[in-house]
Design a protein around this ligand. Structure first.
Ligand SMILES: NC(=O)C1=CN([C@@H]2O[C@H](COP(=O)(O)OP(=O)(O)OC[C@H]3O[C@@H](n4cnc5c(N)ncnc54)[C@H](OP(=O)(O)O)[C@@H]3O)[C@@H](O)[C@H]2O)[C@@H](O)CC1
Ligand SMILES: [K+]
Length: 477
């Protein structure tokens, strides 16, 4: 499991470790890792031109020490000092001893234009708000060159704790982060600014229960997958009910069932007007012509994909004492008090536009502050919320670490892809996973299926569903 920690937690872990180590030891560890990452990126250090953007805090200190290491290996290093009188004194001395030079931001133009590599040490976890004007102007100049950009600890200008980007910020090719991941490195929009992320362990030990974000990895998902034992039969493996589709959108039902069949439940029961279309594609489906209440036993319900205005089905499903996944039209039709009153788990799976409608804010606001809005929606509905998007988030109503999915791909932004996800997550609910596990495991498998199916080409939602068995095999290794 990859975890991310708040600035406050990182700071207190830093204090605890610093008390045990000689002065400056942590910064040396950070700078050594940073210089090594830069050397890897450059391929050859000797003769390369490196520019350091240096703010007045320790983030600038890391850049200066790393610059000194690169200068000792033969790079030409120029430090642009944003606050010349307040740059990290020992770091600056080390750079000058190693043969580096300094310039003011006003004189930095020629060095930036010729740079092979720019290190962004303007600001790290001490940053507040978007970049200030002088820093922003410098960063704009860097963006106009072909230099590779390496962010020190975080891209300057992003909000470390929230992943929000409220003003100008550095767009990095690589971010080298120290001691612990910060939320901004995992959540959009900030994640996009970070480029690829390299972790440098400096001995920091944030408390295991102090994470604010978690990202599942292959091993975690493999351990959560419901795998049948010798004693299993279809009922013990779980039956998932799918109440989806309408005369107008029968395809949503087919796709939700396609996802459900690949999610680990032993059987899929379908209710709704798209029975013939579902049976034509998946003859193994148990199709009922009654409403959810009369359809027979299930261990979890999926309601909403393509459901049109069938409010009665949503109401019946919400009254059932089994886990419920609410998606698409189901989100719109669900009564909030009915959701809040449920005792069995509820998993809501909105995209940003649907979440915005439920919260009464603009879609752009949700996209700009995904973490905050996922938490807010979970609290308002007392339900687990899976907020879809480039970095899908899964937030529980009672707080705790939010799960962030690392496997997504933009190719998944295709019609019907969400229906497959709903069926898949509902199936995992029926197989006995908690709402948070079902949501995050489904997002993980679905993202990988999108990658497998696409491999760089456009895909349809049914391709994603078809790739799921291969993804299971890959994850189970
Ligand atoms: N954690 C660890 O274990 C380790 C941490 N280490 C490193 O320390 C870093 C944290 O250093 P830090 O605490 O000195 O803060 P930092 O990020 O340099 O920023 C403060 C400066 O930024 C300025 N500033 C603020 N906002 C701004 C803005 N919008 N735009 C422009 N400027 C802005 C602010 O200016 P002021 O308000 O004072 O004028 C102040 O001078 C951390 O990210 C990592 O790199 C490693 O060395 C080793 C182990
Ligand atoms: K930085």
């Amino acid at each position: 499991m990859r975890t991310a920690y708040s600035v406050e937690t990182v700071r207190s872990a830093e204090r605890a470790l610093m008390a045990l180590l000689p002065e400056g030891a942590l910064m040396q560890r950070a700078a050594a890792g940073l210089a090594a990452a830069c050397a890897d990126l450059l391929g050859r250090v000797y003769g390369r031109r490196v520019v350091l953007l240096v703010g007045s805090g320790d983030n600038g200190g890391d850049a200066l020490y790393a610059g000194a290491r690169l200068a000792r290996r033969g790079a030409g290093v120029t430090a642009v000092l944003l606050a010349p009188g307040r740059a990290h004194a020992e770091g600056l001395a080390a750079l000058l001893r190693a043969g580096g030079r300094t310039v003011t931001p006003g004189d930095a133009g020629p060095a930036i234009r010729r740079a092979d590599l720019v290190l962004d040490g303007i600001v790290g976890i001490g940053g507040k708000g978007g970049l200030r004007e002088d820093a922003a102007a410098l960063v704009e100049r860097v963006a106009a060159t072909r230099a590779a950009v390496v962010a020190v600890d975080l891209p300057s200008g992003v909000e470390a704790d929230t992943g929000e980007v409220r003003g100008a910020a550095v767009r990095a090719d690589l971010t080298v982060t120290f001691g612990a991941h910060k939320p901004a490195l995992l959540v959009d929009p900030a994640r996009e600014y970070a480029g690829s992320v390299r972790f440098v362990g400096i001995g920091l030990e944030p408390p295991a229960d102090g994470a604010v974000l978690e990202a599942l990895q292959h091993g975690d998902v493999a351990a959560l997958l419901p795998v049948p034992g010798a004693e299993s039969d279809k009922y013990r493996r779980g039956v998932v009910g799918v109440a989806a589709g309408s005369a107008r959108y029968p395809g949503a039902a087919v796709l939700a069932v396609a996802g459900a069949l690949r999610g680990g439940a032993g059987a899929v029961r379908y209710v709704g007007p798209a029975g013939p279309a579902v049976l034509a594609r998946f003859p193994e489906t148990l199709v009922s012509d009654r409403g959810p209440r009369e359809a027979g036993r299930v261990q979890a319900w999926v309601v909403g994909p393509g459901a049109g205005d069938d409010a009665a089905a949503v109401t019946e499903v919400l009254a059932a004492d089994v886990p419920v996944l609410l998606d698409a039209d189901g989100l719109r039709l669900a009564d909030r008090d009915a959701v809040r009153a449920r005792t069995a788990p509820t998993l809501m799976t909105p995209h940003a536009g649907e979440a915005a409608a439920l919260l009464g804010v603009a879609r752009e606001e949700v996209e700009a502050a995904r973490l905050a809005h996922a938490r807010e929606l979970a609290a308002r509905y007392r339900a687990t919320v899976l907020l879809k998007g480039s970095t899908t988030l899964v937030a529980d109503p009672d707080g705790g670490p939010v799960r962030v999915n690392p496997t997504g791909t933009p190719w998944l932004a295709t019609a019907g892809s969400g229906d497959v996800l709903s069926g898949l997550a509902g199936s995992l609910l029926a197989a006995g996973l908690t709402a948070r596990d079902a949501g995050s495991v489904a997002a993980y498998l679905h993202g990988l299926a999108g990658r497998f199916a696409s491999d760089g080409a456009p895909v349809g939602a049914h391709d994603v569903a078809d790739a799921l068995p291969e993804v299971w095999r890959d994850v189970r290794g």
